[in-house]
Design a protein around this ligand. Structure first.
Ligand SMILES: Nc1ncnc2c1ncn2[C@@H]1O[C@H](COP(=O)(O)OP(=O)(O)O)[C@@H](O)[C@H]1O
Ligand SMILES: CC(=O)N[C@@H](CCC(=O)OP(=O)(O)O)C(=O)O
Length: 296
């Protein structure tokens, strides 16, 4: 590389850093919850890069907490076992056998993510909602329908998460919980992330998924919504206009905003630096969900 090109590159990186400085100050010591969806874990390179970006947030003084999914892996392993995957309103209908698969698969995804962090010299601890009884649930019924071992979160016990944060670890949490009788439940990862962000009074909650954000019409890629208020989102949910995996995501964005999380975004987890761009620049990327009374 010639010296001129090298100088240009350094100059470019310095400019990026200068632009990021006010944001680094703003978020120092603040909790940022990142929901990393299974759909955006397409290959090991991407997973490693997402983890690198999270490690960077940590290294500049933020307190990241990762809540991850792995729905597509659960479906894949269920198929190997000869089980059909069935969803109701975006939630997996979970019988006892599926529950066992979900716990095994999510545990494995969890340790994989922890491994990437540790390989970068960043301290991380993987846990499920059963550890320290972090996620307490009750059985969920949707529209009165029994969908098996699916948990409805009633309480997040934050002690273990704070212990880890206070000791310099990144908590990496998978969406498995227990009820008061210590029965295991499968929880939608968006719901777990939303509830954890609210309980931790997080500054930010970012959902990393496999779309650019929320499209008003999923078949029309020019209909990407860059910002939507809670009222507008609730109206779309009520009218049945949000489907599939996007339904629990938007529902939990709404509850997180209502629960006091300052900034809630849906971002493209397949894009290399989407989380950094969102936090460290004023480029509006993805979809921002905001309080209806907020003036932007
Ligand atoms: N209006 C919409 N805008 C964006 N994505 C949508 C929409 N409606 C349905 N989806 C689906 O939601 C999926 C994301 O949810 P999901 O598969 O649960 O991802 P994750 O694993 O990240 O939680 C997208 O891949 C897309 O197929
Ligand atoms: C009850 C329920 O639906 N649980 C989810 C948990 C994993 C998840 O949510 O993973 P993603 O974030 O990758 O979709 C499931 O079994 O698929």
């Amino acid at each position: 590389m010639s010296d001129t090109i090298k100088c240009k590159e350094v100059e470019y990186k310095a400019n990026v850093l200068i632009e990021a400085l006010p944001y680094i100050q703003k978020f120092k010591g603040k909790i940022v919850v990142i929901k990393y969806g299974g759909s955006a874990m397409v290959d090991s390179e991407l997973k490693e890069n997402v983890m690198k970006n999270v490690a960077l947030l940590k290294s500049v003084g933020m307190l990241p907490v990762i809540v991850h999914g792995g729905g597509n892996e659960i479906s894949k392993w269920s198929k190997y076992k000869g089980l059909e995957s069935e969803f109701y309103k975006g939630l997996r209908v979970t019988d006892a056998e599926t529950m066992e698969i979900a716990e095994m698969v999510l545990g494995s995804v969890n340790k994989g993510l922890v491994g990437y962090m540790e390989s970068m010299g960043v301290k991380a601890v993987g846990l499920s909602g059963k550890d320290g009884f972090t996620i307490e649930v009750t059985k969920k019924y949707v529209d009165g329908k029994d969908i098996g071992f699916v948990g409805d979160i009633i309480k997040i016990n934050t002690d273990l998460i704070y212990t880890l944060l206070n000791n310099g670890y990144i908590p990496v949490i998978c969406p498995i919980g227990m009820d008061k009788d210590y029965e295991t439940y499968n929880i939608n990862a968006d719901e777990a992330a939303g509830a954890i962000a609210v309980a931790l009074e997080a500054e930010k909650l970012a959902f990393l998924t496999d779309t650019e954000g929320f499209y008003l019409d999923f078949d029309d890629k020019s209909s990407l919504i860059s910002r939507i208020s809670v009222d507008e989102a609730e109206k779309l949910i009520e009218e049945g206009k949000i489907e599939g995996g996007m339904l629990p995501k938007i529902q939990n964005c709404v509850s997180a905003v209502k629960g006091g999380v300052k900034r809630v975004h849906i971002l493209d987890g397949r894009k290399l630096h989407s989380i950094l761009l969102e936090i460290f620049t004023n480029k509006g990327i993805g979809t921002l969900i905001y309080r209806s009374e907020e003036i932007l």
